[in-house]
Design a protein around this ligand. Sequence first.
Ligand code: SF4
Ligand code: SF4
Length: 106
Amino acid sequence: MIKEFLKTVFLVDIIESLLIGIKCIFKKPVTRNLKDINRGENFRKCLYIDNSKCIGCRNCSSVCPNKSIKIIDKNNYKYDCNRCSYCGLCTKSCPCNAIKFLERNN
Ligand code: SF4
Ligand code: SF4
């Protein structure tokens, strides 16, 4: 009872909170700035499949975690760059080295 009274009178809780806040000012941030994160060399590039090399095996589309590539046949494919996370799994899975990431024009 007296302890609670003294705590209230001397604003112990408020002072403790302030000390925690002051300590946090000098701590290293736990979050990272987005521009400092290395997202791989292919980030913001555009996927291109060389039709002369592709055999239509669909390894790339089946390995893609985001379903960004759809192989229709060895001459036609669809790629949705908005779904791509640039992980590079498709390029590693291609037995013909047909997939490249090229710089975008825009
Ligand atoms: S880089 Fe990754 S997410 Fe993008 S198409 Fe290839 S496998 Fe899919
Ligand atoms: S993995 Fe390579 S060869 Fe197979 S469908 Fe994809 S691009 Fe074509």
